[in-house]
Ligand binder design. Sequence first.
Ligand code: SAM
Ligand code: SF4
Length: 343
Amino acid sequence: MERWLREEDASCLEQLWGAADAVRREYVGDEVHLRGLVEISSHCIRKCAYCGLRAEHRDLQRYRMTRDEILECARQARDYGYGTVVMQSGEDYGITREWLANIVRAVKQETGLAITLSLGERPDEDLVAWRTAGANRYLLRFETSDRDLYDRIHPPTSRQGLSDRIALLKRLKQLGYEAGSGVMVGIPGQTYTILARDIALFRDLDLDMIGVGPFIAHPDTPLGRGELPFASEREQVPNTEFMTYKVLALTRLACPDANIPSTTALATLNLAQGRELGLMRGANVVMPNLTPVRYRALYEIYPAKACIRESAGDCCDCLLGRIRAIGRFPGTGAGSRKHHPYI
Ligand code: SAM
Ligand code: SF4
């Protein structure tokens, strides 16, 4: 794995892209599943060293969508033919257990869509309540398999104490969620060995969904300000588009039947072709943005994020066009991992 991550020869890499594409076709087919993304709140109690939504970024104007706004986005997801709605936010305890459980129930009842949550490291009672209310999937990237690096980039909070996203992922699976995770590519301190172990951990955790995207520096964060150490020049993984394709392709080979998105972060590095190349090198999912345009720029995880001015309709048309242009077609139904029957 590590050797492939270090490979630079274009013709060797053609073999890697070809193998990932063949395995993708064999295990998950030519369908590209569309997951409508709603960024429901930008409030966050955490201080992740990489993320623009971190609590200490005090200049950022914060928002939390209303129940009606979220329901309206879910209806749009249904009307555009998406099989899934994804509700994502910072770790925001203004989103209470009951409030969100009611919204999950309402979305399920009105739209019948699969529901994915990505709301951070919430207490067990919340995860149980939301699963009972009808949520099907939960996304929580473990960000790195290296404990020292993790503690540097993801400090504990006084509310939750020491964080263990890997244990949480196991718990999510126990609760019957489809579990999704992933890492950023090229965070300062990430070595080739660590990244190879990350991919092996995707496989060992038997993840249902895996998101990998390039780390993009945000100037108002410790990582963006260069406050945390890089590994040595030979060991540090670069945060490039090219490296991200290698990780995507190896992830597909390690986890043949997982659902793997071609991420917005990849499209941010290459607006013209990033999504397509991701889909041609292992990915089988895209996540069109449904967040109302007035909120999009405020959900500033990293600067110059792709697709922040487009409406939900623009994103839908753009992605459908890109999918068809590479000879693939939009998926129908919930698009769950095959051995995970949709409930
Ligand atoms: N708060 C939830 C959480 O942390 O799981 C969900 C939202 S969080 C913004 C979603 C993901 O964005 C994180 O897991 C992280 O991998 C990614 N992310 C954050 N900052 C980033 C950056 N500067 N560049 C690329 N991806 C970033
Ligand atoms: Fe908050 Fe998630 Fe950003 Fe961490 S990555 S600061 S938990 S939004």
